[in-house]
Ligand binder design. Sequence first.
Ligand SMILES: Cc1cc2nc3c(=O)[nH]c(=O)nc-3n(C[C@H](O)[C@H](O)[C@H](O)COP(=O)(O)OP(=O)(O)OC[C@H]3O[C@@H](n4cnc5c(N)ncnc54)[C@H](O)[C@@H]3O)c2cc1C
Length: 519
Amino acid sequence: MNTTGMTMGRRAFCGGLAVFGASAALAGCSAPTKQNESAGGETAETDIVVLGSGLAGSACALAAAQGGARVTIVEKSPSLGISFLTSKGNVSICQTVENEEFWQFVPEIPDTMDDFVARYDKVTKTGARDVAYPDYNRVRALMGASCETINWVEQIGVDFTQSFTKEQVGTDTVKPDMAATNEPDKAPGLFVFECMKKALEENGVEILLEHEATTLVSEEGSIVGVEVLDGSKTKQIHAKAIVLATGGFGGSEEYLDELVPSVKSVGFQYLGNALNTGDGISMAKTVGAACYEDGWVIPFNVMPCKKLTDANPDFKRLCDMPMSGAPIEGGDVKSKLLVDAAGERFINEASPAIAQVTAMADHDAAPYYVLFDASNADVAAMLDEAADGESVVKADTVEALAEAAGTPALVASYEAYRDAAAAGADEAFGKPAEAFASYQESGPYYLVSYVPSYVATMGGVKTDADCRVVDESEAPIEGLYAIGEIAHRFMYNRSFVRHCSNSSALSMGRILGTSLAAE
Ligand SMILES: Cc1cc2nc3c(=O)[nH]c(=O)nc-3n(C[C@H](O)[C@H](O)[C@H](O)COP(=O)(O)OP(=O)(O)OC[C@H]3O[C@@H](n4cnc5c(N)ncnc54)[C@H](O)[C@@H]3O)c2cc1C
């Protein structure tokens, strides 16, 4: 490795940075590692390079720097933690009798670790597939460390408070206590990353924003560095450990087609970071990493199709749990009739979002429609404006609607739905009596195209319990690690256990960073 030559100046290193919106405060550039220019181009040298600055990458970088390592973060976007900035900041924790010293709040009935696993297993098996995960040894280790991780994050100035109990969402959950800060209205995710940035800088972590990791550098089978694109310039950073923390593949059509084809066939909307294009997966594959073949997504909700939300952003609030803003009154879709392309009902519409999204993907009979009437004048006005005979179909009667939309079973589904509502018993799908909408006796009626949405993915590279990336023979690839969403497939069977992605990303990062620094 050639490390002689010219030192690169700080100005050149920071050149071309642009920042935007809420993340402006998180843009920045700290003192670079030693820079050199060799015959092959610029090179730098450090102890650990972390690719990606989400919860996983930032936690890893901070823990490693706290342990005395020289650390560089390479981040493609202009901001630290870009995927998390608008987040409500919920993080699941596992409070068991075994880790009482780290509890965040006193649970009404404490779990044992076995209780926790039983509850977790029930949630993640919604729509279960025949796969070998969750890997409960790793779930136990990571979730068992979650309270300690939250205590560690609190040391950088984020106080957490209880947000959900395990009885509500499957795991005890905490979120940043914004009421205890000077800026209670700030997005919790942004606040976390402001504290994180300060801590990273105080611990001397070099942060390279708008730098895209492109290629791993290997030497005799070991990973010894990474090639990074800075605008049009390429440079190499050599290190003893390269940590892939580049998130999922929700922004990559190619990976989605390969790993989750229903995203295209059902028309899922992606609400996550468009920069998460599976770059770390691609880099790891080129050096022989084994990857999961069965991908899936972390669902968010069921919402109007992209054509509608693109034309009128208010459509994003025509669902029970919008990404931002309040639901539009009259848009309580969980009470309404949801049908498939044939007009058949196929699920209890009041099911949790994860079950709905899974059913829509597995049923694979898009387009899906929600039936509206004109009882809410504001909603009807939105639908009238959007009616195009495709994403919003309008007619005076349900019979005419079925004809216009080409959904022949709609009339029978509608009648059965009304009968079940009147009887207070939904034998077909088990929707509770109080959750049924009561439709008006006269039209107009509308069929509105609804799709599942997702915020993150499951799939990516395989790792061992020490977060080392492994090859097809399960042997670790020396010098290469992966944490967070790029590697968290082992945490789930099918369904996401709410807020465990944030939790496992933080814990994987903290634990790996600490151990790399100690090596
Ligand atoms: C809107 C939204 C809501 C969510 N809600 C929840 C929730 O309630 N609970 C929960 O547990 N999880 C939630 N998630 C998912 C969760 O935020 C992530 O899965 C988790 O935080 C994983 O973090 P990560 O660090 O692995 O990935 P990320 O935070 O996505 O970080 C990856 C980073 O890598 C960068 N990157 C990508 N490619 C490159 C490259 N080539 N070079 C350099 N940098 C690169 C990206 O720009 C990004 O900053 C949500 C996600 C979104 C987007």
